[in-house]
Design a protein around this ligand. Structure first.
Ligand SMILES: Nc1ncnc2c1ncn2[C@@H]1O[C@H](COP(=O)(O)OS(=O)(=O)O)[C@@H](OP(=O)(O)O)[C@H]1O
Ligand SMILES: [Mg+2]
Ligand SMILES: [Mg+2]
Ligand SMILES: [Mg+2]
Length: 319
């Protein structure tokens, strides 16, 4: 199977990172530091990036990793206690890890977009993680601008009262599977059918500043969605569309930050998970998302992920 080694490596690394994140969450209230852009980061974000980058560096030493976190803040003398805490968490998986190993592994995630690269969000939805809600560990391999492998770990997600802690894995051309993070059989996923009115639902962010709630409601109404939206943090929203729990995920530019450019690691894994489950993902004008250029999409405003059947109607309603 194409990309089988990549897929297995990614799944194993995401599971290790998910276990670290849950260990941090189940400890005392996870402390957050504020980054330059005022967004939060925790020892779990750093620890997860360290574990996944170490695994990728060993298995695929020539592949750059474009990850969200860097070590600038961790290297400040004032935050020495944070680095110590990150290293202690990483040592649960790699007992020999030192502070300097951890810094080097995290920095391995500061590569740039290339003909073949990985993109990593060690915790997507850090605000959700801190609130005790949804978050995701998101890892994808991109080759010549095309997403080939996408793995999403959602440690706090469950559907229809079943097991909590789900992992989603997709390989281009091979479909999407869902499996319990704790272990168990992979199950093939399929988006909602066009006529499944019960599941004709919209999923959108919890944070109102990450989208345009009023335009999202108008568009949903225009395509016949009448149920109240599901509000969910992180790329778990893509998982909900892939699993047929929702038919549409809308992320339209917030009126407060109209010039915000979405980051590749906030989407790559989720996009492939939806596409390989039979869905479609574009920007708000119906154009494919550009994973070939830079860490932020240069020219893709808004994101629309759907079951495919309603996609054209959504784009028409938007334009
Ligand atoms: N203004 C604006 N517009 C759109 N997106 C933004 C904006 N600001 C931040 N971000 C990014 O949102 C990521 C989390 O998105 P979510 O949809 O999961 O939001 S939330 O968890 O409900 O807050 C979040 O990812 P993480 O930092 O990994 O949590 C950010 O990259
Ligand atoms: Mg993110
Ligand atoms: Mg993140
Ligand atoms: Mg962040």
């Amino acid at each position: 199977m194409p990309y089988d080694q990549e897929k297995q490596t990614a799944i194993a690394a995401v599971i290790q990172a998910a276990q670290l994140c849950e260990a941090v969450r189940q400890g005392l209230v996870p402390a957050a530091i504020e980054k330059n852009d005022k967004s939060p980061v925790t020892i779990a974000d750093y620890g997860a990036q360290a574990l996944i980058c170490k695994a990728l560096a060993e298995a695929f030493p020539n592949d750059p990793v474009v990850g969200e976190e860097d070590t600038t803040d961790l290297r400040q003398p004032e935050t020495a206690h944070v680095l110590t805490a990150v290293t202690e968490q990483v040592q649960q998986t790699i007992p020999s890890a030192t502070d300097s190993d951890v810094l080097n592994w995290i920095d391995h995630g500061n590569g740039t977009v290339a003909s073949r690269y990985w993109t990593l969000d060690p915790i997507d939805g850090t605000k959700g993680f801190l609130r005790g809600d949804q978050y995701a560990i998101a890892l994808a391999l991109v080759v010549d601008g095309d997403i080939k492998v996408g793995v999403l770990g959602c440690p706090f997600l469950s559907f229809d009262g079943a097991e909590t802690g789900l992992l989603f894995a997709a390989v281009r051309g091979e479909g999407t599977v869902m499996m319990p993070i704790a272990g168990g059989n992979p199950q093939r996923l399929r988006v909602t059918a066009a006529d499944d009115v019960d599941r004709l639902r919209l999923v959108e962010s919890v944070e109102s500043g990450h989208g345009d709630l009023s335009q999202q409601a108008q568009v949903a109404q225009a395509v016949g969605i009448t149920a109240p939206s599901i509000r969910m943090d992180s790329q778990a929203k893509y998982a909900a569309v892939a699993a047929g729990q929702a038919a549409l995920y809308l992320r339209l530019p917030s009126p407060k930050t109209p010039d915000y450019r979405e980051k590749i690691w906030d989407h790559a894994a989720g996009v492939l998970v939806v596409e390989e489950a039979g869905g479609r993902v574009t920007d708000m004008h119906g154009k494919p998302l550009d994973f070939a250029s830079a860490a932020r999409f240069p020219n893709n405003p808004g994101v629309v992920a759907s079951n495919g059947a309603i996609h054209n109607a959504v784009i028409q309603a938007l334009n």
